[in-house]
Structures are given as C-alpha cells and as structure tokens.
Design a protein. Structure first.
Length: 203
C-alpha cells in the first residue's frame, strides 16, 4: 500500500511520492477563506465569495447567503400559499388560524341542499352522492314493479272484480307475487322490501 501524507495547506491526503510538488503548489495557490475558514484555490476565490454574498428574501426581506437562501424561502413564515377553502393567498405563519376560521364557514351541498362546513364538504359530497344514487336506484325499481303491475291485465281484472275470485285466478296472482319476491329477494334495503311487500299486498 502506497504511503500518504497530509498536506498542511489544503489538509488533503496525497501520495508521499507527490507530496513535495503538491505542497509547493498549495503554498502558492491555496488560501483560507476569511469568512468560513475553508481552504480554497486562489483561482476559485471569486466564485467562492459569491456564495457568501447576502441576498434579500422576497418574502420577509431578511438577508441570507446564497447557499442558505433557497432553503429559507421554502420555509419562510411570510411565504404566501393558497388556502384550500377560499383560494386566497395567505402567509404560512397565518395559515392555521385562517383555515380554522375559513373551514368553519358553510356552503350548500348541490345534491341535498344542506349547508355543510367547508372542511367537511368534500367528504359529505362523496357520501351524499352515493346516497343519492341509491335512492334513485330504489325509486326506479319501485316504478318498475308498479309498471309491471299496471300493465298486467289479469291482475287489473282481479283487483276490479268484486265477486269471489276463481281458484285459477288466485293461483295465478299468487304465482306472480312469488316471482316478483324471488326477483328482488336479495335486496338488503329494508325500506325497499317494505314498499315491495305493501305494493304486492294491495293486489
């Protein structure tokens, strides 16, 4: 393994065989930054010193070195951000207080017309929308049953006939009820089942 030595100018390890030439170069060209004590090449001094130049933060107007400015800007308390409830630009430091007040305001749900707090509106709409679809589906099924009932001439004749029902008609009507109940028996909606039973009992 080749022997190495630490250069006293740049503090880097160099091969012992190259140490003399390296140290001569460093003594003439390596200097220490007066601000950060970092050892730099004289040819790179201007570029290095630019990093120490302070620039004003556009949000809070404080001065920061270039290397720190970008990190500060991302977390600056005065950096404006858009409120998720009202789309206004609010400073980061004031956002929690603003959203607590802004989110408590109400807005009318376009589905059920109730007034819901803005912070809960998205969740409400997702649930409300599912409920509306379920109600619509239930109404359509009830309409379908009623339509089938109204279009069945034999059932209408049975309902209008005030005399004793012949045994054959009674069996036919009973069979039709069983078919309808079998078709919709797997629906777990209690309200729908009750409406279905009531509709069939009227026949």
């Amino acid at each position: 393994m080749s022997e190495t030595k630490v250069c006293q100018c740049c503090l880097e390890e160099v091969l012992a065989s190259n140490y003399l030439l390296h140290s001569l170069y460093c003594e003439r060209n390596i200097i220490k930054c007066e601000i950060c004590d970092q050892r730099i090449d004289m040819n790179e001094k201007d570029a290095h010193m630019q990093n120490h130049q302070k620039t004003e933060c556009p949000y809070c107007l404080q001065m920061f070195e270039q290397v720190l400015l970008e990190m500060h800007k991302n977390n600056c308390p005065n950096k404006p951000e858009k409120c998720g409830f009202c789309d206004l630009m609010i400073n980061m430091s004031e956002m929690p207080r603003h959203q607590a007040k802004c989110g408590s305001r109400t807005e009318q749900c376009k589905i059920c017309k109730k007034h819901i707090q803005k912070r809960e509106l998205n969740l409400h709409i997702s649930i409300c929308g599912q409920g509306e679809k379920k109600e619509s589906s239930k109404r359509n099924r009830l309409k379908h049953i009623k339509s089938e009932s109204d279009s069945d001439a034999s059932v209408q004749e049975i309902k209008q006939n005030t005399k004793r029902k012949p045994q054959k008609q009674i069996k036919q009507q009973s069979k039709q009820k069983e078919q309808i109940l079998t078709e919709y028996n797997d629906d777990d909606d209690q309200e729908f089942q009750e409406a279905l039973q009531m509709s069939l009992n009227q026949k």
